[in-house]
Design a protein around this ligand. Structure first.
Ligand code: UD1
Ligand code: CA
Length: 456
């Protein structure tokens, strides 16, 4: 295939989003809307991608700062799509080949469609090919006007169209393949003598026809791919379509998703074979889940690394944590960032962890807070245990070595260390280090006053 460079138009504000955030940066399945067409262009073979930025350009530049194939062209004033493309003259200087033009607010275009589109354009040695769709209701879109031989002769905007032209159902998606050399001479000559006083990119078709060049249309099979996102209703609709694609890909590769319509997996997540996901689960932040795991209902997982054969029970929330093979978490557990749980660890209901390491086979089965702690292997943490890690100013660590048994209702006033194989009696408030193989007990002596109740 001949060389391909892409342009993604993204300078507009997106007024109808009614948002403080520029439209193209609104998240869709975990990444900004504009990332979707950018990724599609890249997958379709674009070697370099210029983003035309205007409103909140700093936000767009910052997001793409470390992506080497992304260049930026500033469009200070939004004078129209043709003007936007003209702003790319410098980043594409000297480029010869096909320019693939996309819109930052048309996120559903699939990489495979773009590949077929590029191949069609190059096979026919066209100067301009427009990606089009047949729409039941074409209102608002540019209409594709053709001659008797089926060659595209013009694209007319809704506001400029005659009543007959408005009956045309084939619409302009705003996605094009254009020969690079032709493109930059054509956009330089555009006029803005139209209803919107804008420099229309679509007018390059008239220029090409006047110079006797080939203009084609390439209709997409599924019009949803060219759906533009202009408001939050369409944002939700686009999210639904992308989610469906993500979930389908996981199911095809061996993950069971009980109810795909109620499963929210973001872009960039990895899930293994024979893992089962129950409804109302959200998985995001580049989470990696292994094989043969079970994720029960209403679980939220963000930025975690989960090994094989792990069970996450209902209602658990976990973030930036690492879970070893065969571990069981929840129900209703809260793993906060920096929880590193080794193989076969068991975390039960109403247990909160933060910045801890917990060794192989250790358990905290009920109602416990473990923060800033290093816990060895085969440690049992009794119900109601608390690491008192915060003195109001600083955080302190608790260290519990292997094979320690912690009874119920124990407080560790950190910093404190418990030697291996010790036993901490129920109800103990631990304020000093415990040597290995010891019993630590700190309770107020119990007093029984016999007959006390009868004297009242
Ligand atoms: C455009 C097309 C129309 C097509 C429709 C598809 C033109 C003249 N019309 O219309 O035929 O059916 O898209 O959605 O091209 N942008 C800039 N700078 C500008 C103007 C726009 O970057 O100066 C960007 C916008 O941010 C947006 C995209 O270009 O991402 C499309 O612009 P928009 O104003 O939405 O064009 P439409 O009027 O919808
Ligand atoms: Ca639009």
């Amino acid at each position: 295939m001949a060389k391909v460079a892409a342009i993604v138009l993204a300078a507009g504000k997106g007024t109808r989003m009614k948002s403080d955030l520029v439209k193209v940066m609104h998240p869709l399945c975990g990444i900004p809307m504009i990332s979707w067409p950018v990724n599609a262009a890249r997958e379709a073979g674009a070697s370099v991608i210029t983003l035309v930025v205007g409103h909140q350009s700093e936000k767009v530049r910052e997001f793409f700062a470390d992506q080497q194939d992304i260049l930026f062209a500033a469009q200070e004033e939004q004078l129209g799509t043709g003007h936007a493309v003209a702003c790319c003259r410098e980043t594409l200087a000297g480029f010869e080949g096909t320019v693939l033009i996309l819109c930052g607010d048309v996120p559903l275009i699939a990489p495979a469609t773009l590949q077929a589109f590029l191949a069609d354009h190059q096979r026919h040695q066209a100067t301009v090919t427009v990606l089009t769709a047949a729409m039941e209701n074409p209102y608002g879109y540019g209409r594709v006007v053709k001659d008797g031989a089926g060659q595209v002769t013009e694209i007319v905007e809704e506001k400029d169209a005659t009543p007959e032209q408005r009956l045309i159902r084939e619409i302009n998606s705003g996605i094009y393949c254009v020969d690079a050399r032709f493109l930059f001479t054509a956009v330089a000559d555009l006029k803005n003598d139209n209803a919107q006083k804008e420099y229309y990119l679509t007018d390059i078709i008239k220029t090409a026809i006047a110079a006797d060049k080939t203009c084609r249309s390439f209709p997409v099979a599924d019009a949803v791919e060219v759906m533009g996102v202009n408001d939050r209703v369409q944002l939700a609709e686009a999210g639904r379509v992308l989610r469906e694609r993500i979930n389908r890909a996981f199911m095809v590769s061996g993950t069971t998703i009980i109810d795909p319509e109620a499963t929210y997996i973001d872009h960039g997540v990895t899930i293994g074979r024979d893992t089962t996901i129950h409804p109302n689960v959200s998985i995001s932040g580049g989470t990696v889940i292994g094989d043969n795991c079970l994720i029960e209902s209403s679980v939220v997982i963000r930025g975690c690394k989960i090994a094989d054969c792990v069970t996450i029970k209902a209602g658990s929330v976990m973030e930036d944590s690492v879970i070893g093979r065969g571990a069981a978490i929840g129900p209703m557990a809260h793993l906060r960032p920096g929880s590193e749980l080794m193989d076969e660890v068991k975390i039960g209901n109403f247990v909160e962890t933060k910045k801890i390491v917990m060794g192989v086979g250790s358990k905290a089965s009920h109602l416990t807070y473990l923060g800033d702690a290093t816990i060895g292997s085969h440690v049992n943490i009794g119900c109601g245990t608390i690491t008192c890690n915060y003195d109001g100013v600083r955080k302190h660590r608790t260290v519990i070595e292997d094979d320690v048994f912690v009874g119920s209702d124990v407080q560790f006033v950190a910093p404190v260390s418990i030697g291996r194989n010790s036993l901490i009696a129920a109800g103990t408030t631990v304020t000093k280090d415990v040597p290995p193989d010891s019993l630590a007990i700190a309770r107020a002596p119990q007093v029984n006053k016999e007959g006390w109740k009868l004297k009242k």
